[in-house]
Design a protein around this ligand. Sequence first.
Ligand code: PGA
Length: 219
Amino acid sequence: MKPLIILGNWKANKSTEEALAWVEDFVKNWSSGGALEIILAPSFIHISFLARFIREKGLALKLSAQNVSQFNKGAYTGEVAAEMLRGLVEYSLIGHSERRKNFGETDEILAQKVRQALANGINPVYCISESQMSIPEGVKIVAYEPLFAIGSGRPDTPENADSVAAEIKKKGDFKVLYGGSINAENVYSFVSQPHIDGVLVGGASLSSQEFLSITNHVA
Ligand code: PGA
């Protein structure tokens, strides 16, 4: 059996002190990596110190970026190129609905971002809100996040999320995560569905205790 994926997306939250306190608390209380693949997607500003922290402590915790630039490294002020993230993160979210909506990320831009990630050894976690949305070449992990469920406290039903995951899997050999209002109480009902390979957790990943509680419910 492949390990279930639990990916915590901090979005634009946490000072350096808060990020450090979160990982310190998490490692004190998390014992088994076992059948779970736990991934944290912090802001870019936290990635290099968290990568060092994880390496030094030998933690079974992986890092994801929340985004990568569609451009190569170079004269793109304010951007973070995939090449700069090489070796620091194993994954990057690409196409989160908040980026599509607030930053005008089109399918074409997102396909460029996927190419940049893949060229730098970073696995894209490609976010879509409906099963018929296009998925760029080379993607292996898709996150289904219906718009109504993100940050609303109203998740999709596990049965519907599972049927969407099954639809997505008809299009290719994908792992499918569900995201949208996941918490410790509902996580098991999603990961126990046959076509769901893990969860993408936003708000509930901000507290290390809540995130631990989610990982414990799944473990
Ligand atoms: P939420 O966010 O868990 O706060 O609903 C999920 C996401 O946007 O990835």
